[in-house]
Ligand binder design. Sequence first.
Ligand code: XIL
Length: 350
Amino acid sequence: MKTLKEAYKNYFTVGAAVSAHWLDEAAETVLAHFDTVTCENEMKYNSIHPHDYQRPDFWAMRHGEKPAPPEITRRERFVHPALETDFSAADKIYNFAMSHGLKIRGHNLMWHASYPWGIFEQLTADELMTNTHEHFGLVAEHFPDCYCWDVVNEAIDDKHGGYLRDTVFKEKFGEDYLFEIYALARKYFPNAELCCNDYNEFDPVKSENILRLVTALNERGLVDVIGCQCHLNAMMEQKHFDGVRRGLDKYADLGLKIHITELDVNAIDWKNPDAAPPEDLQRKVAETYSKLFAIFRDYKGVIENVTLWGVSDKYSWLNHFKNAEKRQNFPLLFDSEYKPKEALQAVIDF
Ligand code: XIL
């Protein structure tokens, strides 16, 4: 049986997100099948600066409760994140990649879901900008060889009729903040590709907003790659596959590269997460992968990299997503013992 990277060597590089806590057990599979890696969480702000602070209950906030903002102690460590860093988990992955000649995608520099909640809100715009400069500078110095960076992750709003997501960064820096942040990324990462990464990227409305943003960034020379997360599912119908093609066509027209950044195929019906999965669902996952990779192959030359959001079903974020804790999902190409699944075979045989 061919390996994944052998099968795709004339198409695009293939990658996997990995986590420091299971990297050792996955190493053999990663080295055999993948050309590139991404840190699943380890390069995110909260991982690199694990400030000891009282985080408000995010879920409570979603249900309308407004917890009191956490009290800021030792304010300077939030303004100057260099005062409190922990690169150890990211180092483990970065050094693994470097020592084995794997390329590494940087994920990510700024994200509304990874910062000290309730604290940044209390900083002034100048303080938050100082923080941003310092964080980007530290990361650039520490990880000089990431070939690509997701700059502002998931900046587009999900609400129809909206454009940019309301975040603390937009609130402090203003509507045009993305130009400033991508320009900073260019300054600190002059040799890396800059990527605009988002999800629901084939939704007709959201994709228009992604195009609007990427076009504006591109006019300023601030973006090189469109990142399509591709968190998809086994219930996809033909019209959805057609939607993937339509979306890729629109993105390809911009003349930028495309990365598939976080591919996985969910098999759980979130509305009924405890229901036993239909017998043939593993087969459906395999068929979904097969159809998706057939589409991706048609965009050879435009798609530079396809990254899976994990290696084995044992550790997928979808096992903990929403209320799915009660049973394991099976969204990836290797089973819980790192054995190749039907889905891997389906992707390799073409
Ligand atoms: C997820 C990780 O997989 C989880 O372990 C973590 O708890 C939350 O973040 N979009 C992204 C990724 O850009 O960073 C997210 O990763 C999944 C959705």
